[in-house]
Structures are given as structure tokens and as C-alpha cells.
Design a protein around this ligand. Sequence first.
Ligand SMILES: [Zn+2]
Ligand SMILES: [Zn+2]
Length: 204
Amino acid sequence: MRKFKDVADFHGHTCPGLALGYRVAILALDKLGDRAVDEELVAIVENNSCAVDAVQVITGCTLGKGNLIFRDYGKQVYTFLKRPSRDRGGKTTDAVRISVKWKPGEETDREKYMWNRYMKGDRSDEVMKEVHRRKTKKIKAILNAKDRELFRVTKEKMKIPCEAQILPSITCALCGEKVMESKARVKAGSIVCIPCSGGINITE
Ligand SMILES: [Zn+2]
Ligand SMILES: [Zn+2]
């Protein structure tokens, strides 16, 4: 089992978001077990914050493998399910939905004061020391909390998302670079990539 340190190495720093993602991932593996050979774990994440890096490192659900699905809802919600290999999607399965409900404890007047100074651009030793101490306190609290203090966990029935498909590439008429067929657009009768389509005169 990978540790919080492994997650921090990958992410580049430690922060409360990463700690929450780490706890989410550990709980998900606890509920769904490690990946079986013919079943892979799929994560559906509803934000693209620091937490998602922890989910990728711990669960092995990654953007590149196509078993990390990003829904841009800005919510601290993570859903996990198992997908049989070569599944075409569409079947229903049990999923575990983990919603973060944790709130940091009330801040002291000193913490509020220092945070205000930080937000106004104050990077003095005094302020930085306090900001760092406050962050460390939050990380510790998250790593030591009980699951029920951090999350609301529910079981859901869910349609299995399709595996990422590899489609043929075609060449953009403007930049000459290759673009996956399904992402190509038509502009003034030519097939182009999204950046070259410029967002105008697009017909799908
Ligand atoms: Zn971070
Ligand atoms: Zn192009």
C-alpha cells in the first residue's frame, strides 16, 4: 500500500486537499478492494483539485488510462466502481459515492489575522510561519479523522461508463497536426482541429 509520502512526492507538496484525496482513495480501496485481474477500478471525480492526484497515485485510476473520469462540477465528490474488462458500458453496477463533508475547525483570531495578511500579499517570515502551521494542523486533522467525520458514503446503482476508445486520427487542414477523428471540426468545408476551428463557424 502506498503512503501519504508517495502521494506528496507525486504532487510536489503537501496540502489539505491532497490529504482529503488520500483518505478518499484509501476508503475506496477498502470498500471495493484492489483491482482484480479482469476487473478494473474506475473513479469518477467531480473536481480537478489537488485531491485528484492522491486518487490517481493510490487507486491507479489515471487520466491516461481512461479509468479516471473527470466531471467538471466543482464538487468534492468521488465515485468508484468496478468495470469488467472489455466492457462496452451500459450495464448497471454497484458504485460507492464518497462526498466530503469535513470542515476545518473554527479559526483563532490570530489565524484569521495572519491569513488576511497573507491574502493581501504579505510574505513575511511571521506570516509564512503561521500559514504553514495552520496548513500542517489541517493536514494532521484530516489524516487522523474518522471516515464518518470526513465523508458521507453512499452506495449507488450506476451505469458502467464505457472504456476509452481509440479512434483513428486525421490531419488538420490548417496546422497539419493529427487529431482524433471524434474531436475534429469542420470549418469552411475543411476538417480542422479544435484550436484551429477558433470556435467560430463550427459545424459538427
Ligand atoms: Zn496541493
Ligand atoms: Zn489544427
